[in-house]
Design a protein around this ligand. Structure first.
Ligand code: GDP
Length: 138
């Protein structure tokens, strides 16, 4: 059993996609073990995306992530890190496979509706960034 962090980004929340994204997870047997709505400050977004601090898009993506509310979730299931990445699709919606969340709903490479951890170590960091143990229902 594995856990990963999912975020419905500000564009996804603004487009009314909370239910649609959660439905796609639940439909494929992924369990939502924690869920809450937050509105990150710029500083909190910078902390979350700290691995990208040297990238040219760091300022822009942290502005975007702090521009409105997000829904953060802990997902649980076998191989859920990879399964979630598959449901999300490629970072750039132009490259995303048919039927993925980003192909269906993303605006561009930045406003791409969802985030998902990419490895067990990042999942552990990202889950701990937003949730304490009491908030995750086992
Ligand atoms: P992910 O794991 O698929 O989310 O992709 P990355 O970890 O590479 O990038 C993190 C996030 O930064 C992406 O989901 C986008 O929101 C944003 N991003 C990535 N690449 C670019 C880019 O070239 N330009 C801009 N403006 N944003 C980007």
């Amino acid at each position: 059993m594995e856990r990963t962090l999912s975020i419905i980004k500000p564009d996804g929340v603004a487009k009314g996609l909370i239910g649609e994204v959660a439905r796609r997870f639940e439909k494929t047997g992924i369990r939502i073990a924690a869920m809450k709505m937050i509105h990150m400050t710029k500083k909190q977004a910078q902390g979350f995306y700290a691995v990208h601090r040297e990238r040219p898009f760091f300022d822009s993506v942290t502005d975007f992530m702090s521009s409105g509310p997000c829904v953060v979730m802990v997902l649980e299931g076998d191989n859920v890190i990879a399964r979630n990445r598959e449901l999300m699709g490629a970072t750039n919606p132009e490259d995303a496979a048919e039927g993925t969340i980003r192909k269906d709903f993303a605006t561009d490479i930045e406003k791409n509706v969802v985030h998902g951890s990419d490895a067990p170590e990042t999942a552990a960091f990202e889950i701990g960034y937003f949730f304490n143990g009491l908030e995750i229902v086992g």
